[in-house]
Every structure is written in structure tokens, then in C-alpha cells.
Write a protein that binds this ligand. Structure first.
Ligand code: ZN
Length: 297
């Protein structure tokens, strides 16, 4: 569910994200009925074995499922946070990218939507994090995506292909038909998949906007929808201290903190991050990959 308190913060980003994005093309990938499992070594080879298995041969060990994988055919579950026990919290970074943002880059109005200082800091301090990537961001920043995927502490998740909304009411985001959602999300997994690393079946809606129809549309994909319970308010922030307060005032064990790695429209995030990390340490909270924070959720 969308928490009322989150909407004002997210709205800022959503509104700005669509500026100049007129003509943002929708994904035209036809929806697939087949879930796209990523990172699995379960090849289920149809080839004929050279030696027929004999009765009593133990089965191979079960392949661990990709984090976030849920049974297909049922409405996608939505989680805000993990169990309120222990001391783990998830730092999540959204990587939005619209056609309007791409146009701003091409025109030179914006230098970068990839905040490398955030990666520098997380790598230096060996901090785990989870990145919700749009397909267009991955295609614009393949080297940065590779850097994320190559870090064993980072997880990769899905944030749609072009940061469109699939509900009729999501701030001022242009609405994309719900019957295009499944194909859009499947396509994004396919874009992310070749990078390897810690792939997941976690998915986050732009603006956290979802309803029963969108969750039903995702049923064939076997994903977990992740909102979050702590919004940093980093979109278009002009000072870092409010971000730090927003996070540290609300973070608890099991929290999922929403931030952005988009630099030009989240320019204070890297300045706030060291203070956020220090505050977490003071509170005895430890950043962990999303899959570890949501265990038991
Ligand atoms: Zn977003």
C-alpha cells in the first residue's frame, strides 16, 4: 500500500521526471506468459542423459531460488519492510530514466544521472545496497551497471523500463496501459540479466503507484513488489541535512530506505549518505542486502 506520508516526497521526483518527457515511448514488447527467471543455474536440460538414473539415486540439491521469487499465477505480493527484529536495514537506490531525462543528457542540460560518488562511498565502506534499475538507465549506463553487478554486496532489482506509471492516478506521471506492464517488466529483467551478479525478482513501481489490476498483471512474472517504509526525500533536495533527518527519524530494524542514484535530480544524496551511515551505526543498525532484510517478511 502507498503510505500517505510517502506521496509528497515521491511526487516531487515524479513530476520532475516527466518534464520534457512528452513522447516517452512505451514498451511495445509483447507480454510473455513465461516468467523470466534470472541468475538461476537450474538448466532443466531436456537432453537425454547418457546413463539412465537408477532407482534410489538421490536427487540433486534444490537450487536456491532467486531472491524475491514468488509463485506465479497469484497476485504479486507487496512488502514495505522486513521483520522488526534484529538490526538489519536495507538501503535501496532507484535509478530512474525517462525519455525526457535522456533528452536532457543528449542536449547537455544535464551532466549525469549516475551518481558515482554514492558507489565510491558504498564500495569504500563495504556497505551492502540494492539498486532498482530502469531498463533505460541500464542501457544508458552499462559500465555503471556492470560496476554494480560486480560488487558482491549489491543486489539488482527492477524499476520498469522507462519509469512510466501503470495506474490512472500517479501524481502527474503519464499513464501507460496496464496491459503493457507485464511486458515492460519482463523486458527490464532481460535488460538487467546479462550483467549477472546478485539478480533478484524484486520490483518497485515508479512513484510506488500500484493497485489490484497492476498487481494482478504481474502475477505471471513471480515477482515481489517492494515499496519501502523510509523515504529520504532526496529528489531535488537542495540540502543534505533534511535527508539525514528524514531517514534517521524513521528508520527501524527491518526498514527499507528509499533513495536515488540519479545525481542530477538527487544531488544531495551522496552528501547525506555518510551521515546516514554514521547515524545507523549509532543506532546499532546494519545495512544489508534487501533479500536479507526481507527474510521472514
Ligand atoms: Zn523511480
Amino acid at each position: 500500500m502507498i503510505r500517505a506520508g510517502l506521496r509528497p516526497f515521491l511526487g516531487v521526483l515524479v513530476v520532475a521526471a516527466i518534464l520534457g518527457s512528452a513522447g516517452c515511448e512505451a514498451s511495445r514488447v509483447p507480454p510473455s506468459d513465461q516468467p523470466v527467471f534470472v541468475g538461476s543455474s537450474d538448466s532443466s536440460s531436456p537432453s537425454t542423459p547418457s546413463v539412465a538414473p537408477s532407482v534410489g539415486v538421490p536427487s540433486p540439491p534444490a537450487v536456491a531460488s532467486v531472491p524475491g521469487t514468488t509463485p506465479t499465477g497469484t497476485r504479486a505480493p507487496v512488502v514495505d519492510h522486513g521483520p522488526r527484529t534484529g538490526n538489519k536495514v536495507a538501503l535501496t537506490f532507484d535509478a530512474d530514466m525517462t525519455d525526457g531525462m535522456l533528452a536532457s543528457l543528449r542536449a547537455g542540460r544535464v551532466k549525469s544521472y549516475a551518481n558515482l560518488r554514492i558507489l565510491d562511498l558504498l564500495e569504500r565502506d563495504e556497505v551492502p545496497a540494492t539498486f532498482f534499475l530502469t531498463g533505460k538507465w541500464v542501457q544508458r549506463y552499462p559500465d555503471v551497471t556492470r560496476r554494480i553487478a560486480d560488487n558482491p554486496r549489491f543486489e539488482l532489482a527492477n524499476h520498469t523500463y522507462g519509469h512510466a506509471a501503470f495506474t490512472g492516478d500517479c501524481y502527474d506521471l503519464p499513464s501507460q496501459p496496464v496491459n503493457e506492464l507485464r511486458g515492460d517488466v519482463a523486458k527490464t529483467f532481460e535488460v538487467i540479466k546479462p550483467y549477472g551478479g546478485r539478480q533478484t525478482r524484486y520490483f518497485r513501481f515508479p512513484g510506488l503507484c500500484h493497485d489490484a489490476a497492476t498487481l494482478d498483471a504481474l502475477a505471471p512474472l513471480g515477482v515481489t513488489v517492494v515499496d519501502g517504509d523510509v523515504v529520504s526525500g532526496d529528489p531535488f533536495a537542495t540540502a543534505w541535512k533534511p535527508l539525514v533527518r528524514a531517514v534517521l527519524d524513521h528508520v527501524r530494524p527491518g526498514s527499507v530506505v528509499i533513495m536515488h542514484v540519479t545525481e542530477a535530480n538527487a544531488a544531495m544524496t551522496d552528501e547525506a549518505l555518510p551521515h546516514i551511515l554514521a547515524g545507523l551505526r549509532e543506532r546499532g543498525l546494519v545495512p544489508a542486502p534487501l533479500s536479507e532484510v526481507l527474510v521472514g517478511a
